[in-house]
Write a protein that binds this ligand. Sequence first.
Ligand code: GLA
Ligand code: CA
Length: 790
Amino acid sequence: MILKTILRPLMLTALMTCSCYGTPAAEPVADRSFEAGLGTFLLDGEPFVVKAAELHYPRIPRPYWDQRIKMCKALGMNTICLYTFWNAHEPRQDQFDFSGQNDLREFVKLCQENDMKVILRPGPYVCAEWEMGGLPWWLLRKKDIRLRQQDPFFMERVDKFQQAVASRVGDLTIADGGPIIMVQVENEYGSYGTDKPYISAIRDMLRKNFGDKVTMFQCDWSSNFLDNGLDDLVWTLNFGTGANIDQQFAPLKEQRPDSPLMCSEFWSGWFDKWGANHETRPAADMIAGIDEMLSKGISFSLYMTHGGTNWGHWAGANSPGFAPDVTSYDYDAPISESGQPTPKFRELRKTMEKYAGGRKLPPLPPLVKPVSVPAFEFTEVAPLWENLPESKKDAAIRTMEEYDQGFGSILYRTYLPELTSASMLTVSDPHDFAQVFVDGKYIGSLDRRNGEKELRLPPVAKGARLDILVEAMGRINFGRAIKDFKGITDNVTVTEDRDRHKFVCDLRNWEVFNIEDELPTYTAMNFRPVAEAEMTDGRLPRGVYRARFHVSRPSDTFLDFSTWGKGLVYVNGHPLGRIWEIGPQQTLYMPGCWLKKGENEILVFDIVGPRQARSQGFKEPVLDRLSLASPQLHRGEGDTLNLASFTPVLAGTFRPGNGWQEVRLDAPVRGRYVCIEALDAIDGKDVAAIAELYLLDENGERLSREPWTAVYADSEDVADGNRSADKVFDLQESTSWTTVAGVPFPHAIVIDLGGERNISGLQYLPRMESDAPGAIRNFRLYVSPVPFPL
Ligand code: GLA
Ligand code: CA
């Protein structure tokens, strides 16, 4: 058994294993079936409620797979729901990898050995806060590719990938005696577009590869599932903790009164982004939702039951805007990132036991006990500037993908014309974190999260050297922006104001250094003692740091990076993930199964430079410590919105309850700045909230929200979450702008549309929880070509 052989050297808390639950692998039986019956799923013809735990095998160290599956079983789950990440399985075109961490077949068989059913979600797109939503970056080498559409190259590659998946697990469907009960077609296409022919084509590919017998389904939101719903597929809905469940299923019941109901992603918590508060969701709300669903015979998959880790460079990023995800995918799930039962787990288990048909739930499997590792110093450094790879010359600037590079950083170098006065450098657009140097001196950084593109340059003589070091973070995994090229994606100019004339110089003739994020990039560098390195502005040099640390009894631990800048970490060759001093994540999960008794080697590539090159292992992770220069509020100190000189273009009243509402103007108006002033709330309290907001153009179509920024909100509840103003256009119905309790009405939010637009109406979604907390009653809408005075 994998668990025994691998965990034996680790410290185990000996929890009893009970022989009556050690169910052996089910023998393949002919004529097994799973299908949608009248109002319920049917397993071998009998009513069956799917209680699925979402787990992603590449996010869990392989030696721990079995332990995590057993934890889900102990929680009373009967199914494991999983995605396949195409980019992990085909890192380079036609080079497939289904081994080690990617051994899908082994994972599915392990589920079966544990008597768990499997729901397979082979994408091709999966979202999942994973790099590019699971799509391989090399698709972008075809610059004009249309992703998630019937682009011939895209479809040809999807077919190849799905054939590869089917060749591994196509014989493990329930009809063949395997554990796979359902296969998902695409993923939440409604939040991308409307394209039934494309969805049909993906369905047909899956049919071809998985045969006619397997039940296929598609998942979407209650507000948009009809856009792409195919008649011959089962429809399931996704929504999170706190949602009003009856309200969520109402439109589906109307369409298909006899369909079994399933929440295919019931979000247990939420994911974290760099520079934003750690996300949690109350255990009581999550459990109440599951209790309600089970009491009504509704199937569910708890996303995530155990989130795991975005190893290496696999974390994705959200959009609109650019919000890169942290390395931990703990998700505030019942089973923590390191496989521990949380209080949420223990509470949920009690509720699940009520629905276990009078039987006791299986016991918990043995747990790995996290340990601390004494502090250790990094003794060697390979400074980046002394260790640049070979460069290539390029007249025009190009993206990372055009250099056939998937991950890492690029240093772009050129030489400046004479700049007399202070000039403006414009980098269009740096993806994702650019640092600018003139003659080796650091000038400043451009952070895509904040839309930064411009930096002032000092006066320089002709021929001064300009270096732009651009680090790629995760490719966007959500919305239309998934076609997310890295490096510098357009051009670089210098603008000089001379005699009140603007001179713009398009910089050309680049020398390009491709710094691939691969272990050999770092190990091939020349190291020297850290003791000899000089500090600049309180930091050690940018570069790769190496240490050897001693472990007496290998076990899980959480390595501390709170004194480091920004970069990537490898231990014993395993990519642990990204670090960034801004937080909220300050430690990285270090699985004990990847440590050795005795000496272990750690490498950190820090592109900013550490303040101290040291670390230690903690028994607990630090996932919630933000360290930002300025708070993430959309209200400057002393700002108060003054609407006195403006006339509202609309004054109206929203109706109570959950769900979308639309309001139209008598005639379209034009403007760039939009203010919604909330005058009171439906529930009579002092809080206002908006989950999502769209504006309609002169034809009644939704305006694109890509260029939107939130410029003002009178109050934002960010004390223990992220209920800031930008959440009204983050494309997530489960997140909201919410004001702080105790701050009185009126409340106001101002959005910059990024340019003048015609506006004929608005669509508003209150929060999705029952009774829509913070739902607005009376409101006024203001539109202006110029900013509202503060
Ligand atoms: C959606 C997607 C998932 C994941 C969640 C948020 O439901 O289908 O892949 O991104 O949102 O965690
Ligand atoms: Ca939202």
